[in-house]
Design a protein around this ligand. Structure first.
Ligand code: ADP
Ligand code: MG
Length: 236
């Protein structure tokens, strides 16, 4: 099933290749890849209404195709506890972004529930000149950034490949539950990785994909952030 959606039509009309978190999650959801429900608020009033509907605490994030690293630019507020705080966080994020990126196109704020703490892992796809789409798995945070503790396989991957990728990283014992920490649902992660592989295989117009982080729990795994970059039209 190839991607056919309003999300892609809009990106094409606007001539951009970066999809926002909300747009990326919408496509992933269609592919049955688990993502935290995320909605767009275009005003403070809307942000408060959506937060109440989703239930507190919530997370607010800047929604702009021009801002890829949302927290680095002051565009993320975690654990926002009530309507008053949503209003305050809304103004703070908007003014910080307008000061730092006066020319960024801003769609509004992405609102989602604050997910309970889980083990952070990442799944990514990038295209290698020689091998084409390559899937990456690693543990989130400093383990990836500093230690580069990641594994790779060429797309498409099988369930067995996913199982190997997970067990190959040095941090694997953390996923099994380390020093009283809850073990992660490894089979849910394997399933998620196979689905991501199928998703990118079926949609060659995707140039890059990042689920960073995915929260892994004892009984499930769910992406709290997502980013998709499309090929520029002439390359598809
Ligand atoms: P970016 O990667 O663009 O800076 P993220 O959406 O990844 O922004 O948010 C930064 C961090 O905030 C994440 O790595 C994660 O630890 C935390 N976070 C993001 N969304 C949620 C959420 N819905 N629930 C809990 N924590 C979250
Ligand atoms: Mg992220």
């Amino acid at each position: 099933m190839a991607l056919e959606s309003k999300v892609l039509d809009l990106a094409r009309i606007e001539g951009r290749s970066v999809l926002t978190e909300i747009e990326s999650k919408e496509l992933l959801k269609q592919a049955e890849i688990p993502v935290v429900e995320t909605r767009l608020a275009k005003s403070k009033t809307e942000a408060i209404r959506i937060s109440k509907e989703l239930g507190f605490p919530v997370v607010l994030k800047i929604a702009s195709p021009d801002i890829v690293h949302k927290s680095d630019s002051g565009g993320v507020r975690l654990g926002v506890a009530n309507a008053t705080q949503v209003g305050k966080a809304y103004s703070e994020i908007m003014s910080s972004i307008k000061e730092k990126y006066p020319n960024a196109a801003i769609q509004g704020l992405a609102i989602q529930r604050m997910a309970p703490p889980g083990l952070e892992v990442i799944v990514g796809m990038s295209k290698d000149v020689q091998f084409g789409p390559v899937l990456m798995f690693g543990l989130g945070g400093i383990l990836v950034e500093v230690l580069k503790d990641v594994s790779f396989r060429i797309v498409p991957i099988t369930r067995r490949d996913a199982a190997e990728m997970i067990r190959e990283i040095k941090g694997y014992p953390l996923l099994e539950g380390y020093r009283g920490q809850e073990p992660a649902d490894i089979s849910a992660l394997e399933e998620l990785m196979v689905k991501v592989s199928q998703f990118v295989e079926q949609n060659p117009e995707i140039k890059e994909l990042d689920l960073n982080p995915i929260f892994a729990y004892r009984d499930r795994a769910i992406a709290v952030d997502a980013r998709i970059i499309l090929e520029t039209p002439e390359k598809v």
